[in-house]
Design a protein. Structure first.
Length: 286
């Protein structure tokens, strides 16, 4: 007669998988990026590939490791403060570092010309342009905070491990999209000018501020956690979000290249035609 697995064994197996899967995924991403960077340097030794880009991307992966692996991952399910720390690392800090690594540009450098053209056509397609619009990125990254923390959605998602990972995936992808639209070095055909991107970044800062203050005051927040944890989590969102958005603003301003002013040359004076007297005298003269 077969016996059902002991619940403790299931818990241990699930805990091991919860560590191994993200750790392997992060290692694969790091190895893939380093491999592509090496190929880019070999293909064009003169142009090479920026070590600063490589450092930024690996720093983003390190931030994800801090957020998704123990000890933070072990306490995020039971402590709302740790969840909020994960939210900032996965949804704001790590995406900015990953985007500054310019993975699309690196991929375009090493792909064969035919595949590179296909990827470029995909980036210029209508669905990609719609997805990369600042309004779409803002709604997915910042606008989603309202239904997440002011409806039962957070408790529904975090009640199951799969929902928790789905939440992490949303934070990461939406954060990368917003960082790419605002300050990413990769090509983005639908990206507006710097002033418009500053406006969208200001809107994100305003929403983060309002949500964190309402959460701190306990206004309409729908999260099943002790009030002290919710207030501390609100402070983490407020101050940690401000720092992340300042870093994003600095990355945006660093890409600002004002158009060169046209050199004003003084107008040339108009030349008047002078009628010279004829060399021959008219007939009948003296």
């Amino acid at each position: 007669m077969e016996h059902a697995p002991h619940p403790a064994q299931d818990h241990v197996a699930g805990g091991v998988l919860a560590v191994l899967v993200p750790a392997l995924a992060l290692l694969l991403c790091a190895g893939g990026y380093l491999y592509l960077a090496r190929r880019a340097r070999r293909r064009n030794p003169v142009r090479g590939w920026s070590r600063w880009r490589t450092a930024a991307f690996t720093a983003g992966l390190a931030l994800l490791a801090v957020a998704l692996l123990p000890p933070a991952a072990a306490h995020a399910h039971t402590d709302f403060r740790v969840h909020m720390t994960q939210h900032l690392l996965v949804g704001m800090y790590a995406p900015l570092a990953l985007v500054l690594g310019a993975p699309l540009t690196l991929l375009l450098r090493v792909l064969p010309p035919a595949h590179g053209r296909r990827l470029s056509d995909l980036l210029h397609s209508r669905p990609a342009r719609t997805l990369a619009h600042p309004a779409t990125a803002w709604l997915l990254s910042t606008g989603s905070l309202v239904p997440l923390y002011f409806t039962p959605l957070y408790d529904v998602l975090t009640a199951h491990p799969s929902g928790h990972w789905l939440l992490h995936a949303h934070f990461l992808l939406a954060g990368c999209l917003f960082a790419h639209v605002v300050a990413g070095p990769d090509p983005a055909p639908a990206r507006p000018g710097v002033r418009a991107r500053l406006v969208w970044l200001g809107a994100a800062i305003a929403v983060h501020s309002v949500v964190s203050q309402m959460m701190y005051g306990g206004l309409w927040v729908d999260v099943h956690a002790p009030a002290a944890e919710v207030r501390t989590a609100a402070e983490i969102m407020y101050y940690g979000g401000d720092i992340a958005e300042l870093l994003l603003a600095a990355a945006l301003v660093s890409t600002w290249r004002p158009a060169p002013r046209a050199r004003l040359t003084p107008p040339r004076p108009a030349t008047r035609s002078v009628t010279r007297p004829s060399a021959t005298w008219p007939a009948g003269g003296a």
